[in-house]
Design a binder for this molecule. Sequence first.
Ligand code: F6P
Length: 382
Amino acid sequence: MTDTTTPSRPSSRPSGPSRPDSRPFRLAINTGGGDAPGLNAVIRAVVLAALNRGWEVYGIQRGYEGLYEEDGLTPMTRATVEGIAHLGGTILGTTNRGNPLSWPRTLPDGTVERVDRSAELIEAFKGRGLDALVAIGGDGSLRIASELWKKGLPVVGVPKTIDNDLAATQVTFGFHTAVQTASDAIDKLHSTAQAHSRVMVVELMGRHTGWIALFAGLAGSADAILIPEIPFELQEVCRHLEDRYERGPRYGIVVVAEGARARDGEASVVDTPSGDSQRYGGIGQEVAAEIGRRTGFETRSLVLGHLQRGGQPTAYDRVLSLRFGTAAVDLVAAGNFGSMVALQPPDVRAVPLAEAVEKIKEVPVEGDTVITARRLGISFGG
Ligand code: F6P
């Protein structure tokens, strides 16, 4: 990976980019894709760091949608971002359907066609006197940002996703909070599973990767953790549970990542309108039904779902978000566009956007965390 900044960020206040006229530099900010705890902390950090440089800041409502609307831009002041760092969601709103390069347009006969509205977007951006954009998003939103940069939009990206699946950064904000929420839920499942001598199967988010399931399952002392990176053999999971029931205690917890699949099966996906990104769901129920059928143990399943995206960010996620936000403003000040901030401990560095969205980060199956779980006797079904 190529670093495009020096390892450490300047601690002094470098002057902002120069403008030919005398008006202040105008920074825009938006949040795209699924929400993640920590978005508001990034917004606060970007706004304060930019205002402290004497810039103006404008929030674009709901991803890029606000740029196409009369009243879709909000001036961001100190008051706007007062007391928001600990709040979940995003005060700017978000969407995972507003791709300017493939915008849905409904035709008179009701069918939907996709049109490229990126030129219109860039024109609107410049027409409103905006000088640069900080785009906060996951892989989809950052891919859009990367394309818009190639088309001339001065943009810096901030990586967000509870899934933690962006390769360029050691961790994304939102992940830590999602893991905490999921492991709290698993803690609660232990008592009800024990009371009823049941197997409880919980399906967690994560899309194509098993980061949330692995970390929450490990923290929550699951008996089995099924992740997309290790296609599972259900018979092995059943054997594992039978052994456990035989030696006691007679209950079990199985954590299933939504993107997990059996060795001889397919991932369980949900039908979505055409053009929407793939959505997973249903594997937890399938696994529970099959465990119940093969072992005879009473088995129940639940999907934790969007609870994992909601609520207050943990202190860790807040601090990471604040670091990312201020680093993004430093990159704008340095004119380092087409880049994304990334955590490469101990520093926050810049990586080229195009490189950052090239591939997703999967759980390393021979990595220390998987090995830790295996040493503790947790089954991966393979
Ligand atoms: O990418 C974040 C995420 O929460 C995934 O874990 C999940 O698969 C997806 O978004 C759900 O998206 P939606 O909110 O559109 O159902």
